[in-house]
Ligand binder design. Structure first.
Ligand code: MV4
Length: 528
């Protein structure tokens, strides 16, 4: 019953075990890929039956194979399957599931879904529909938090009605300012404005972009923080009024608002700052009446000032780095909280140990502007070993579909300090081989070898700077690459054939013959 290396008190553990009587019998996972597999694993460990749902193109996906049962929910288009509330609730009813875990993405932050689950008498493993709705609007959340002494970026807590109003506020707080969609997130409807002359035009385009993207054109204004860091705080809240924070995650390494590498702890955050950020995060969650796992995002400036940005009302992709540094299992705890249990530890008992770094392995081509690279995985050599965790949704022979997010797997390095975590990660990345499709694995070697990264000098511009540095370097004419391909081909071709074609490439006596047949076959497979 121990969830990690928290001190285990006999009395508390006995209560914990007794509470299991009211635990769910069967959980439906309304998701796919690595996160569905992650939740299935937690269910299995807790003795709970798991139910997968799948779209047409996902019928042979890993989550379908790993779950106890699986239900088809329709065509490949997400809108007709993973985003279809009726179909998912229908599968839940047919399977007799008493709870639904939404994972991340898809319906995970849809308050109508949470509401529909409650109406159907199925427990949604996450916050209430009301808490999700409050956090869905940045301006509403901001108004709601005004009493709770939360540090916000200076700006407005309501939508702008005119360019004149925007200009008055901008004049007061000083340019540059940021225009943001109230319903936004992910940078949609966001504009940086450097002066009065750009303001009216930017406001109009931000409003129409927000209207198109979210069906809500409300746009508000904040002072722009230059070269900020993105640091977020994990919280857990039970349904009995206890909220704790579990340390931060440094998420500044992003490309086009897509996180690429995350770590915990942040190299920028000291114990005092962590404590202050954690207390703010707990206040935000409590002011929202929040329950279950959640994340408070902060923008952090160069002077270590931090500002509440938004709250993510779901389990996040990068939750493993927090699991490794706290020793807690966040999915176990989500399920137990949803089942009505009290948190089995206090804030004082949470102890952070070591360092964890996560790489998001995507099916995309780093040499072609990170374009998606779907297709069949012909060969898969997966790393493991000391300090390595791999959460993966792929297997050899599986075809990566084009229809969904291209996240294939997460590779997490853990060590007693940042240097050891990074070294283990580099070692594991070099062991990783995914044949048949392109992946971004090579990008992580570049990041981890970068001097600024190694010094922990990160901000949200880090990755763009790294990528433009290498892009500007003169490329060779391809001769080295051609030579490498030729060498690879010759090394796996039958030496007798090679001699017939060109005697000069004949194998030296004893070397080719001595080479292991296993090695040869492996290389040959990899070249297909
Ligand atoms: C900002 C900002 C600077 N100043 N707000 C981008 C996504 C959205 N959730 C918040 N974002 C930002 N808000 C102020 N007042 C800079 C960003 C930003 C950013 C934030 C987090 C991670 C990556 C980012 C990349 C570009 C801009």
């Amino acid at each position: 019953m121990v969830d990690g290396w928290l001190p285990s008190h006999p009395v508390r553990m006995a209560k914990w075990a007794a509470a299991l009587v009211s635990m769910f019998r069967k959980i439906l996972i309304a998701n796919r890929g690595e996160i569905a597999v992650r939740v299935i694993r937690a269910c299995r460990e807790l003795g709970i039956q798991s139910v997968a749902v799948y779209s047409d193109v996902d019928r042979a996906s890993l989550h379908v194979r790993k779950a106890d049962e699986a239900y088809p929910i329709g065509p490949s288009a997400a809108a007709e399957s993973y985003l279809n509330i009726d179909k998912i609730l229908d599968a839940a009813r047919r399977s007799g599931a008493d709870a639904i875990h939404p994972g991340y993405g898809f319906l995970s932050e849809n308050s109508r879904f949470a509401h529909a689950c409650a109406t159907a008498g199925i427990k949604f493993i996450g916050p209430t529909a009301a808490a999700m709705e409050l956090m869905g609007s940045k301006t509403r959340a901001r108004q709601h938090m005004e009493q709770a002494n939360i540090p916000f970026v200076p700006g407005t807590a309501h939508g702008l009605n005119s360019p004149e109003e925007a200009a008055r506020v901008a004049e007061k707080i000083g340019y540059p300012v940021m225009l943001k969609a109230a319903a936004g997130g992910g940078g949609k409807g966001m504009r940086m404005v450097h002066g009065r002359d750009q303001l009216a035009c930017a406001l109009e385009s931000a409003q129409s972009e927000a209207e198109r993207a979210f069906g809500d054109g409300e746009v508000y204004l904040e002072k722009a923080i230059m070269n900020p860091r993105h640091i977020e705080m994990q919280i857990l809240a039970d349904e009995h009024g206890t909220t704790v924070y579990l340390g931060e995650r440094e998420c500044s390494i992003q490309r086009r608002h897509q996180k690429v590498l995350e770590e915990s702890p942040s190299p920028f955050v000291d114990q005092d700052m962590r404590c202050r950020m954690g207390e703010v995060a707990v206040r935000v969650a409590q002011a929202a009446g929040y329950t279950n796992a959640g994340t408070i995002e902060f923008l952090v400036d160069q002077h270590k000032n931090f500002y509440f940005l938004e709250m993510n009302t779901r389990l996040q992709v990068e939750h493993p780095v927090t699991e490794l540094t706290t020793g807690l299992d966040l999915v176990h705890l989500q399920i137990r909280i949803a089942a009505g249990e009290k948190l089995p530890f206090t804030q004082d008992e949470v102890c952070l140990r070591g360092h964890a770094i996560e790489c998001r392995i995507y099916a995309e081509d780093p040499d072609n502007n990170f374009f998606p690279s779907p297709g069949k995985i012909t060969l898969l050599l997966a790393p493991s070993g000391p300090g390595i965790r791999r959460d993966s949704g792929m297997y050899e022979g599986w075809t990566v579909p084009i229809e969904y997010d291209p996240l294939l797997a997460k590779l997490i390095g853990y060590g007693s300090d940042r240097k050891q975590a990074a070294a283990r990660l580099v070692r594991a990345l070099n062991e990783y081989f995914v044949g048949g499709i392109k992946t971004n694995i090579s990008l992580f070697r570049r990041i981890l070898n970068d001097e600024e990264f190694q010094q922990g000098r990160l901000d949200t511009g880090f990755l763009d700077r790294l990528l433009s540095r290498t892009r500007d370097q003169p490329r060779d004419d391809g001769a080295a690459e051609i030579a490498a391909i030729a060498a690879g081909l010759f090394s796996v071709l039958d030496p007798t054939t090679v001699v017939q074609t060109n005697g000069s490439f004949g194998a030296l006596p004893g070397t080719a013959a001595a080479a292991s047949n296993w090695k040869k076959t492996g290389r040959s497979e990899a070249l297909h």
